[in-house]
Design a protein around this ligand. Structure first.
Ligand code: NAD
Length: 510
């Protein structure tokens, strides 16, 4: 079902929301950088960009702020993040709507993204009283050994268009309680939501009272401005989310100056449907994982291996879901699938589908859905039955294409599952405990996220998020991801009257 849109003035609505969110209009009018809404493809703002020198100046300011912020007790730093969570709660509807306008997400996903920001703030507030170090048994009498965790410095954040606000909050909320300053280079496709986040944080800072000036900065610009952040010697950690192509450029530059990197890159996520799977449950999880966010999540389900014994029960039902899913303007309809981000995404999708056909793929869906917007790109999600895993199946195409492949042998499908370059998210649908445990074992899924009877997308903030191989190896959000945002010191204290050396070494001078 395609849902027709009423006429919507996205530029006007964005301006109203930005005003409500407290963003000064001179930041997004009269500038050189256009911003478009994928909903209609129209230009909605012209942003002022920062120069390379201006970016360096902001980084210096953040570094100065860090030097004061690191001395504020961590639980007090947590109070700032608590206030940020409060401010976010107050503007959830408006910010969620702006996410829908700028990233094209359906309303529940736009709101869900803001909820994720609130959740990570709550997590970080608790964390601000739990930045624990170990005490460690020492081999020397009269000594004590321990670990202390100290603030690290300025944390650079580079983010992708598809999670325009949540990724910033995953990093910023942790960095702020860890005693760091943050400098954010948002995607050039979603700068307005970044300005809104900065305004929201500034309100929290004003309520907090005595936070150092410059603690949080936003750099509006393209990848060249991202490079300034990556190369700056006063940025000891860069958390960069985006394509593997971007990670290939950013990773070596950071390594060259021995800076830390949290790389959160592309995924090519798979699910396995086993003979004992609950097919109703699998169907729903697959539909959300593969078609949700119009296939534009890093964790989107892209490859589906279905056991031959259930293939004919599951795949026709899936195809039916693909044919009937509602595609439409997310601002004006209740459609489940909104637009692709731009024409390039549409072209990439069509290219991958054509290639898949060349490898014997049989396609359901994939065609453009005309809603009357010349530059708004809506598509029917595509389900492509493939004879085997090859060609475009091996790559991430950032669009709603699900490749479906029949399998017969569990060991062979596990090997196929792992035989791609990316390693972000994975899932298995089974009620057979041996299969699920094997999937989670050392020689099972090689991804950073491995789920049982849950789809590949929609992670909670409590766990560490990230993936292996070409996904970059970074971890952010929950669990102990905070450790990357701090400097660890091992301290040994001698309270004896002797100086025994470790490992029994003697070095006696007269
Ligand atoms: P992108 O790589 O085009 O851009 C991401 C960001 O990197 C942008 O802010 C961009 O300006 C910046 N950038 C690009 N090249 C740079 C360089 N050389 N130096 C510094 N900065 C640079 O990605 P996109 O199209 O915005 O997002 C989609 C991609 O992001 C997909 O591959 C998706 O899987 C991935 N992604 C990964 C995660 C994750 O957590 N693993 C989350 C969201 C998105």
């Amino acid at each position: 079902m395609n849902i027709a849109a009423k006429k919507v003035d996205v530029a006007r609505e964005a301006a109203v929301l930005l005003e409500k969110l407290g963003v000064a209009s001179d930041l997004y009018t009269g500038g050189a950088m256009p911003s478009f809404s994928p909903v209609t493809g129209e230009q909605i703002a012209s942003l002022k960009t920062v120069s390379a020198a201006g970016a360096a100046e902001k980084i210096e300011k953040a570094d100065a702020a860090f030097r004061a912020w690191r001395l504020v007790p961590a639980p007090k730093r947590g109070e700032l993040v608590r206030l940020l969570g409060e401010e976010l709660r107050a503007v959830k509807a408006d910010l969620g709507r702006l996410v829908s306008i700028e990233a094209g997400k359906i309303p529940s996903e736009g709101l869900g993204e803001v909820q994720e920001m609130i959740d990570i703030c709550d997590f970080a507030v608790g964390l601000s009283r739990q930045l624990y170090g170990l005490t460690i048994a020492t081999e020397r009498p009269g000594h004590r050994m321990m670990e202390t965790w100290h603030p690290l410095g300025v944390v650079g954040i580079i983010s992708a268009f598809n999670f325009p606000v949540a990724v910033w909050s995953w990093n910023a909320a942790l960095a702020l309680v860890c005693g760091d300053a943050v400098v954010w280079k948002p995607s050039e496709k979603t700068p307005l939501t970044a300005l809104a986040c900065q305004a929201i944080l500034e309100r929290a800072i004003a309520r907090f009272g005595d936070a150092p000036e410059g603690l949080s900065q936003v750099l509006i610009g393209d990848r060249a401005i991202g490079e300034v952040l990556v190369d700056h010697p006063k940025v000891p950690l860069v958390s960069a989310t985006g394509s593997t192509r971007m990670g290939r450029e950013v990773g070596p530059r950071l390594a060259k100056r021995f800076a830390r990197a949290i790389l959160e890159l592309g995924g090519n996520n798979a699910g396995i449907v086993c003979p004992s799977a609950d097919l109703d449950m699998a169907l729903r999880a697959i539909a959300f994982g593969a078609m949700g966010t119009a296939g534009q999540r890093c964790t989107t389900l892209r490859r589906l291996f279905v056991h031959e014994s259930v293939y004919d029960q599951l795949v026709p039902r899936l195809k039916k879901a693909y044919q009937s899913v509602s595609v439409g303007n997310p601002l004006e309809t209740t459609a489940l699938v909104g637009p692709l981000v731009d024409k390039a995404a549409f072209d990439n999708m069509q290219k991958a589908i054509a290639e898949a056909k060349g490898h014997g793929g049989v396609v359901t869906g994939g065609e453009r859905v005309e809603l009357g917007y010349e530059n708004g790109f809506y598509v029917k999600p595509a389900l492509v039955e493939m004879p085997k895993q090859e060609g475009p199946v091996l790559e991430e195409t950032f669009a709603p294409i699900l490749y479906v492949i029949k399998y017969s042998d569990f060991d062979a499908v596990l090997a196929e599952h792992n035989a791609v370059a990316a390693g972000l998210s994975s899932s298995i649908f089974t009620r057979d405990m041996q299969e699920s445990e094997r999937f989670l074992a050392a020689d099972g899924s090689d991804c950073g996220i491995a789920n049982v009877n849950i789809g590949t997308s929609g992670a909670e903030i409590g766990g560490a998020f990230g993936g292996e191989k070409e996904t970059g190896g970074g971890r952010e959000s929950g669990s102990d991801a905070w450790k990357a945002y701090m400097r660890r010191a091992t301290n040994t204290v001698n309270y004896s009257k002797a100086l025994p050396l470790a490992q029994g070494v003697s070095f006696d001078i007269e």
